[in-house]
Design a protein around this ligand. Structure first.
Ligand SMILES: NC(=O)c1ccc[n+]([C@@H]2O[C@H](COP(=O)([O-])OP(=O)(O)OC[C@H]3O[C@@H](n4cnc5c(N)ncnc54)[C@H](OP(=O)(O)O)[C@@H]3O)[C@@H](O)[C@H]2O)c1
Length: 278
């Protein structure tokens, strides 16, 4: 039986992946700082901050590496995982990074990509755009229910993609050796502004949702209040700066090339998850 280990298994992308992996016949091991058993899935401790948990990679054939959010030291914690995986006999790594990291050689996730390229392991890299699923996080849901979509995005567009579509691309990489040695930029089929997201929510929910284009400094204060560290706050402010200048508005056909499907669009995502915001 081929075994696949998924890091970040409890997150939006990790959960979408775990669900779809159950149809593949691969044996799935879900890595989390707080492993929770799920039917048919082996749950084990995995923490980028605790190298002793990398022991769990022994006997694993394939590894999917999902970074932790806003990690400004991703290279320091993820490159040792690539090394540990190689030493443990892992044959293939599928690494998820983010749209645009290949434009900045100093970006921590770009350093992780380069370490993977040089590892000698089979690999595929996927670089997703903003996830639609961010609009389903508890803080966003509470805000949308009150009629406000908060983002210092101005009229910068995002080529939002559903986590389940990224998961489908990762599974294609796990199952089809044609993706070996390749890197893909994964986006949804269209780029939309936050005002357009708010308008789609308004018409589907039947009450007004407005985009609050908050100043970056005020947004930072909100994130600090929510418990994020200074470096995480700076990271998200930087991502929105890139959003405002259009970096995350790029649309590619890579998802369709990998999965044969164009991916979910804004209207489809809103229709599917309407109940979450009601
Ligand atoms: N969301 C986006 O718009 C977006 C866009 C582009 C790229 N990305 C990247 O994709 C990743 C996944 O996004 P997501 O929305 O699925 O994130 P998420 O729902 O916030 O989940 C993040 C995951 O990180 C794991 N994690 C946190 N600290 C960890 C640690 N020390 N060691 C191991 N795992 C740790 C958490 O797992 P446990 O708590 O179970 O350990 C959780 O499953 C993000 O972290 C980001 O790097 C996200």
């Amino acid at each position: 039986m081929t075994t696949v280990f998924v890091t970040g298994a409890s997150g939006a992308l990790g959960q979408a992946l775990i669900q779809q992996l159950s149809d593949t016949g691969l044996t799935v091991i879900a890595g989390s700082r707080t492993p929770k058993p799920q039917p048919g899935i082996q749950a084990v401790a995995f923490d980028y901050d605790r190298p002793q948990t990398f022991e769990a990679l022994k006997g694993v054939d394939k590894l999917v590496m999902i970074p932790r959010p806003a990690d400004v030291i991703a290279d320091q914690v993820m490159i040792p995982v690539i090394e540990a995986a190689k030493a443990a006999g892992v044959k293939q790594i599928v690494l998820s990074t983010a749209l645009g990291v290949d434009a900045n050689e100093e970006a921590p996730l770009r350093k992780v990509e380069r370490a993977l390229f040089a590892s000698g392991l089979d690999y595929t890299v996927v670089r997703p755009s903003w996830f639609f699923d961010n609009f389903l996080k508890p803080g966003e849901v509470a805000s949308i229910r009150q009629g406000v979509l908060v983002a210092p995005a101005s009229d910068g567009k995002g080529s939002f993609i559903a986590a389940r579509d990224i998961a489908a691309a990762i599974i294609a990489a796990l199952l089809d050796s044609r993706h070996n040695g390749a890197a893909y930029t994964l986006t949804g089929p269209q780029a939309v502004t936050h005002a357009e997201v708010a308008a789609a929510l308004s018409s589907a929910l039947g009450h007004k949702v407005s985009h609050l284009d908050i100043a970056p400094v005020e947004y930072g204060a909100l994130l600090t209040k929510a418990g994020l560290t200074d470096s995480q706050v700076g990271f998200y402010q930087f991502l929105y700066e890139l959003t405002r200048i259009g970096v995350f508005g790029a649309v590619t056909s890579d998802l369709e090339a990998m999965t044969g499907q164009p991916g979910q669009d804004l209207a489809g995502f809103v229709a599917e998850h309407l109940g979450a915001w009601q």
